[in-house]
Design a protein around this ligand. Structure first.
Ligand code: ATP
Ligand code: MG
Length: 405
């Protein structure tokens, strides 16, 4: 007997009241999109559960994909059999056999969503439990913390039997939370800020500033590779590349060194906000974590943030570096992020940035720059691509984007 389907549980989604329908539909669409490479698979859902019918496709491969979908609380590989106790017994014995160890304990946990079935849950538990005890030596029923819990669901379509519950990613389906522009460097932090935003259902577009020839093609590739890692959780991501050389040269030339970092960040934020407006984003996301480096004091954040009223989300604000690194390892961005290709901030970094910049001074120094022209030049030089893990495609979309400006 083979796994016939995967049964998905929603978790937090089930508390969404009136919005639930919208959330479920989005989750359904995301699951369908994620599994589109499996020709035979079909997906259906109701208010309580989603069902992925394998129709002969390999369960392990499908499970691997589902582990990357936000909004799934847990899921179980299931054997579906006809609504008969005899068929259920056979499936339960089969499943126990696959994980049998002498001395093991088990319990049968039956739920009925269809109450028209002849027997109630206690009777079904008893029939199936007895069958297992008769079949295997050295196995016993245990209600508290058994080695294996066999879950049986009685539904109109049949009996659904499973012994394994796999943890899903949790969170909310991507696409239910509006769009945010992720300021993506090549570092450890910003990809995680992107991941956590996706986790709460946002769509993200990555914006990367680079300064050739001071920054290398490898640094740019690294940012794209990080975007590709994130696209596992979002189907396809937009990567927006902003030329930043002219701005950094001007800052280097015209701004006192201790204020260069603050003013560089203000320029980045202004540009990000400009792109956001044109692309209908609602928020900006960055990888700042309080106190991590000089630019990440509250004084500094306030001085930088002053250029916009747009919400700037900082998912990592209260996290320790070690916890950020843990997530980076889980989602496989860590090894990429520590590659030694410097991005534009590192190369132009001052040795003594102000940790408490004064806004008046910032504004005074900034007058030396022709902010407007610098911004127009940068925006004109933007390129945009779609990056997807699935196809490894990086489609140039320069023309389409230019027409949006
Ligand atoms: P990260 O690990 O994300 O690079 P960091 O600890 O190096 O962060 P900073 O250099 O102070 O911190 O950068 C703070 C945030 O500014 C980054 O998390 C990112 O959101 C944004 N940022 C920095 N450099 C760039 C860049 N070249 N392109 C786009 N965004 C950037
Ligand atoms: Mg960095």
């Amino acid at each position: 007997m083979e796994i016939t389907e995967l049964l998905i549980r929603y978790g937090e989604l089930s508390t969404k009241g009136k919005n639930k329908k919208k959330f479920l539909k989005k989750l359904y669409q995301n699951v369908v999109e994620k599994l589109k490479k499996f020709d035979q698979v079909s997906v259906g859902y109701d208010r309580d559960r989603m069902h992925v019918k394998l129709n002969g496709e390999d369960a392990e491969s499908v499970i691997k994909e589902l582990k990357e979908v936000f909004g799934i609380q847990s899921f179980s590989p299931v054997i579906r059999v006809d609504r008969s106790i005899e068929a259920a017994k056979e499936a339960v014995i089969e499943l126990i056999k696959s994980s049998y160890t002498p001395g093991m304990s088990f319990k049968i946990n039956t739920r009925r969503s269809d109450h028209t079935f002849l027997y109630d849950t206690n009777e079904i538990n008893r029939f199936l439990g007895t069958a297992v005890e008769k079949t295997f030596d050295d196995i016993h029923v245990k209600m508290k913390n058994p080695t294996t819990t066999v879950r049986v669901e009685v539904r109109k379509r049949g009996f659904f039997i499973s012994v394994e519950t796999i943890k899903g990613l949790g969170g909310l389906p991507v696409g239910t939370g509006g769009t945010g522009m992720l300021m993506l460097s090549g570092g450890i932090d910003s990809p995680i800020a992107g991941y956590l935003s996706l986790r709460r259902g946002m769509r993200i577009e990555a914006i990367h500033f680079h300064s050739p020839p001071y920054t290398s093609p490898q640094a740019l590739k690294k940012a794209k590779d990080l975007t590709e890692k994130l696209s596992h959780y979002a189907d396809e991501l937009t990567f927006i590349e902003v030329p930043f050389t002219e701005i950094q040269e001007q800052i280097k030339k015209l701004i006192p060194e201790e204020y260069s970092m603050t003013i560089t960040r203000r320029m980045m934020l202004r540009l990000t906000d400009e792109i956001r407006k044109k692309r209908n984003g609602l928020a900006i996301i960055n990888g700042e974590s309080l106190g991590q480096v000089a630019s990440q004091t509250l004084e500094s954040m306030a001085a930088i943030n002053e250029v916009t009223n747009t919400p700037v989300l900082r998912p990592l604000i209260s996290m320790d570096k070690t916890d950020i690194i843990k997530i980076a390892e889980q989602i496989d961005t860590y090894e990429l992020a520590i590659q030694p290709f410097e991005d534009c901030c590192t190369i132009f970094a001052s040795n003594r940035p102000k940790t408490k910049p004064q806004l008046q001074k910032v504004k005074g120094f900034e007058k030396a720059l022709d902010v407007e022209t610098l911004m127009i030049n940068a925006i004109e030089g933007i390129t945009i691509q779609k990056i997807s893990a699935e196809t490894n495609e990086r489609i140039e979309m320069e023309k389409e984007f230019t027409s949006l400006l």
